[in-house]
Ligand binder design. Structure first.
Ligand code: CA
Length: 634
């Protein structure tokens, strides 16, 4: 009997539901010299639209929670909310992006206040998104001269802040414009921009004398521009307290540069500095059938792994950079913008249109026909939220509280990098034994990998082609791209190394003729051959290579070109056998990113033949330019 009871007891234990959250094993190094009053904030502007559409937030244990309380528990003491003047069309359809009008800001302000959080009110002074690309005037202010517009902006700011105050929102900071890189509210002259900002600042001082006035720019990678904007404000004695920038690590330069630029601005202006927007992807997957700005195969920097740990590392390291600059805070952008739900694009689309939970609804086209009108859709950053696609908190959310004391958990792999190998036709395939792992502390280690035999078997080393072998390392999937190709008798065939295999001969007035390292202009890899003519001059040159050690046989020669502004042109590839042209193939330069490959096949080579391959380029221009890449003689 006792044994039976014991067995029953054990069964009950085994079958008990595991409501307990899994242990948070996030590795977080404490940020040194982190001030007690350092601001950790999050922009959650889309939250009310998402909740109306049915989204329910859960903590890491899976329990449904109030978003604001959950953020507060995790060290997020401030909430940022954007405000558009009138994000609705004439029939009352919302433009999307959260439909963030003042009423939405009031609701978010009240919720934040109830959770004990302060509010940063982010006035875009537009009816929809304002950023360096667009600073469109609200429709109600169209046609006003600058004095009338400043007065309208002042009245609008004062009335909005009064409503927020009356609703009990604890507004600690007010942003007078969003990413105002030399433009604001349809104006692009600094005298006018500063006049509008001054009107906004005046309203803040009058209605909320204790709130900080914040100006906001972006592109800190361009430090000179940022310093010049700071000077524009100083020279016009703008009354403000905080100079903020966006910092998206994919495009906005290094952390060292961020620290330097913010330090410079702080010293030049005597104002506080901070990061008003940052974020980092925890996965490259998309959660709502609407493509993300950060996805597979893009061309952008990614200093941390795309994992939950990598996202936490990004926030921690950005914070460290801001603290080193003497900054006052970091706001994470749209950390709760998750997919609205639905298992098809159609289901999601319906919700984006009805509740405004996508970045733009089709209705926004009436105000912004060139961008929203063409590309309206869902969320482009659902993989940068700090919640998974089902709105459950990721462990990375705890980074805000953990940065104070640190949590130096055991260092383990958090992501593995894909590998690649090249195999000569008919040769044996050797796959790497290890792959590069990104560790939880952002260091790198080679770890062993197990390749999947079935996918190895699919590689045909007897046929040219690209194959993907899948495997597992530290429990994570990893791929190895296998390229099977015949021997290429050309050296430095992709121009990747700065050697002297290629010989360029200028026959005219080609202003620039050299090997260039620029991945976006290369067919493959990071380098190619480049030419450019000064506007008035024409281009005429040859690019050649003597092919060494070619056994007798039949070969194919290929070379690829891309360029533009070439005007009348004569362009062809050619093969010289013992100094005599044996064959040629015409090609041309058309436009950027449109590559053309000249192919000459059936090239007969006898023992002892001297073989030279080349490309002849003659362009009338003006301004002819082009790139040459990826040659082969096989
Ligand atoms: Ca998406």
């Amino acid at each position: 009997m006792r044994n039976i009871l014991l067995i029953l007891f054990c069964l009950m234990l085994c079958c008990a539901p595991t409501a307990r959250a899994e242990e948070n094993t996030l590795y977080v190094k404490a940020v040194e010299n982190l001030p007690e009053d350092f601001i950790f904030g999050m922009d959650v502007s889309s939250v009310t639209a998402l909740e109306k559409a049915g989204v329910r937030y859960r903590d890491s244990a899976g329990t449904e929670r109030d978003l604001f309380e959950l953020l507060k528990e995790n060290g997020v003491g401030w909430i940022r909310v954007r405000v558009w003047v009138n994000p609705y069309d004439d029939e009352g359809h919302g433009f999307g992006g959260g439909n963030n009008d003042l009423a939405t800001a009031v609701e978010i302000g009240k919720r934040a206040s109830a959770a004990g959080q302060r509010l940063l009110v982010d006035f875009h002074y537009s009816d929809f998104w304002a950023d360096p690309g667009k600073q469109m005037t609200p429709r109600a202010w169209e046609g006003m001269n600058i004095d009338e517009k400043a007065e309208a902006l002042y009245q609008y700011t004062a009335e909005s802040l009064t409503e927020l105050k009356n609703a009990g929102a604890d507004v600690g900071m007010v942003q007078i414009g969003n990413e105002t890189n030399g433009k604001l509210c349809g104006e692009n002259d600094w005298q006018d921009i500063a006049a509008l900002m001054a009107a906004g600042a005046k309203a803040v001082r009058e209605i909320m004398p204790d709130a900080l006035v914040c100006v906001h720019f972006t592109n800190p990678e361009n430090g000179d521009a940022m310093r010049s904007w700071a000077n524009e404000l100083t020279s016009r004695s703008l009354d403000y307290d905080v100079f903020a920038t966006s910092y998206y690590p994919y495009w906005h330069g290094t952390l060292d540069n961020l620290t330097r630029v913010l330090s410079d601005v702080r010293e030049m202006t005597g104002k506080a500095v901070m990061v008003a927007e940052t974020s980092y992807a925890w996965t490259l997957e998309d959660g709502d059938f609407s493509g993300n700005t950060i996805g597979e195969g893009g061309s952008y920097e990614h200093p941390w792994a795309f994992s939950v740990q990598g996202q936490a590392n990004a926030v921690r390291d950005v914070t460290d950079a801001v603290v080193q600059a003497g900054g006052i805070g970091v706001f994470y952008w749209e950390g709760a913008w998750v997919p609205t739900g639905g298992s098809t694009w159609e289901e999601n689309h319906k919700l984006w249109e009805e509740y405004g939970t996508g970045w733009a609804s089709s209705y926004a086209g009436s105000y912004d026909p060139d961008d929203a009108g063409k590309y309206y859709g869902g969320c482009a950053c659902d993989n940068q939220a700090m919640f998974d696609f089902e709105a459950k908190a990721l462990d990375s959310l705890s980074v805000f509280r953990l940065m104070r004391e640190g949590q130096e958990a055991a260092v383990v792999p958090t992501a593995v990098k894909d590998a690649s190998v090249n195999v000569l036709l008919g040769n044996a395939l050797h796959l790497p034994n290890t792959v590069d792992a990104v560790m939880t502390d952002n260091s790198h280690t080679a770890i062993s990998v197990a390749w999947d035999q079935a996918s190895i078997d699919r590689v045909d080393i007897g046929r040219e082609g690209k194959y993907t072998v899948s495997g597992t390392a530290a429990g994570m999937p990893v791929r190895c791209t296998v390229t099977v190709s015949a021997r290429n008798y050309l050296r430095n065939a992709g121009f990747e190394s700065p050697d002297t295999s290629w010989r360029a001969t200028d026959l005219g007035k080609t202003a620039q003729l050299y090997r260039e390292e620029k991945a976006v202009d290369s067919k493959e890899g990071k380098a190619h051959w480049h030419f450019y003519s000064a506007p008035a001059n024409s281009v005429r040159f040859t690019l050649e290579q003597d092919v060494k050690n070619v056994p007798a046989g039949t070969y194919t020669y290929t070379i690829s070109v891309m360029g533009g502004d070439c005007g009348a042109q004569t362009v062809y590839s050619y093969v010289l056998i013992n100094g005599t042209e044996a064959a040629r193939c015409d090609t041309s330069f058309t436009k950027w990113n449109e590559w053309h490959t000249a192919v000459i096949d059936d090239i007969a080579v006898a023992d002892g033949d001297a073989v030279t391959v080349g490309l002849y380029v003659e362009c009338a221009g003006p301004g002819a330019w082009g790139k040459i890449d990826e040659a082969s003689f096989k």
